[in-house]
Design a protein around this ligand. Structure first.
Ligand code: NAD
Length: 324
């Protein structure tokens, strides 16, 4: 019998790539998404779609009673600035919505592995020297990052007390086709749109702030491996946490230059005042996931940006709108 996965947020950017990969691997895929930012057209035709909020009783029941081998939990309020403006809404979705699913699984009594999408970009804060390792001190600086960290704490608790099989993936700044220009790594989507409009690229501050940009196809593969591999025992909080990045720091200026080069564009870069609270340096150590899951990124920044730009460009053609 085929293995079964429930993907929350499967109509979104990362979730739709994860769904595609599980289908290619022969799994039965069901998706829960309330379409708040996700798009119905991102849902693969072979996946069964449930338009539900993760906080609803129906979603909790489905997670517990759907005989799923794996829950990949990606649905989230994922806009950091929105979390600052409305921390209550953020916590309702990102903490209480997640607890609703975990309680559903507990009530269902199934042995479902939970793969959670945490953040490597925001959880470590500014007081550590990158590359950030999983065991480094956590200093979440936004309600969004606090919620991700809280869910990791809950998962460790459920593992200890209820025997839950859970793993947290701390993604870097994910980019690629189908990305919405909002959220943590929207910069690639935003810059692509500006280049297509032949408008200047706006860089905040001096542009020397660095991030770890990882291609969505590589992230989907890491997620699939985490769902299927033998994992270390849950002992300390970080035992079942893995960074998913490239191990390389890229400045916003370097990103803009590379994107302009692969797009064949010469739009200017303009500077705007530094945004308060923005992290200066952030990139991830990926030694742990390399050792434990044999994962490493396969797509270079040049290749990934070229594929992403091509996708955004194709959306502007008259036949755009169809899923690619
Ligand atoms: P996305 O916005 O494209 O996907 C999130 C999906 O969740 C959307 O389809 C949205 O409609 C759905 N959703 C939101 N609230 C919901 C709710 N209450 N009930 C049901 N569905 C709901 O974002 P993404 O970039 O694909 O992010 C996926 C996950 O990965 C998120 O948890 C995000 O925090 C995490 N993450 C993303 C990045 C990144 O760089 N994109 C980095 C670190 C972590």
């Amino acid at each position: 019998m085929a293995q079964r996965v429930l993907i929350t947020g499967g109509a979104g950017f990362i979730g739709s790539h994860v769904a595609d990969l599980f289908l290619r691997e022969g799994w039965e895929v069901e998706i829960v998404d309330n379409l708040v930012t996700g798009k119905k057209r991102n849902v693969p035709a072979k996946a069964r779609f449930h338009e539900l909020d993760i906080g609803s009783a129906d979603a909790g029941r489905l997670a517990g009673e759907g005989r799923f081998d794996v829950l990949v939990h990606l649905a989230a309020q994922m806009d950091v600035r929105k979390s600052v403006a409305d921390p209550v809404f953020d916590a309702k979705t990102n903490i209480l919505g997640t607890l609703n699913l975990l309680e559903g699984i507990r009530a269902g009594g199934t042995k479902t592995r939970v793969v959670f999408s945490s953040t490597g970009g925001a959880i470590y804060g500014d007081f550590v020297t990158p590359p950030n390792e999983e065991t480094f001190a956590k200093d979440p600086e936004s309600p969004y990052a606090i919620a991700k960290y809280s869910v990791e704490l809950y998962l460790a608790y459920y593992a200890r007390v209820h025997g839950l099989d859970a793993v947290s993936l701390r993604y870097g700044n994910v980019y690629g086709p189908r990305q919405d220009p909002h959220g943590e790594a929207g910069v690639v989507a935003i810059f692509s749109g500006r280049i297509l409009d032949e408008q200047p690229l706006t860089v905040f501050g001096d542009g020397e702030q660095t991030r770890d940009y990882v291609f969505v196809g590589d992230v989907a593969r890491a997620t699939w491996l985490a769902a299927t591999a033998k994992l270390p025992r849950q002992e300390k909080l970080d035992s079942r946490a893995f960074n998913v990045g490239t191990g390389a720091a890229t400045s916003v200026l370097a990103l803009a230059d590379t994107l302009k080069r692969v797009a064949g564009s010469d739009v200017p870069v303009q500077h705007a005042p530094k945004r308060p609270g923005e992290q200066q340096t952030s990139f991830l150590s990926i030694e742990k996931i390399r050792g434990a899951l044999g994962w490493e990124p396969q797509v270079t920044l040049d290749q990934g940006l070229a594929q992403t730009f091509e996708w955004f460009a194709a959306q502007r053609t008259p036949a755009a709108g169809a899923k690619r």
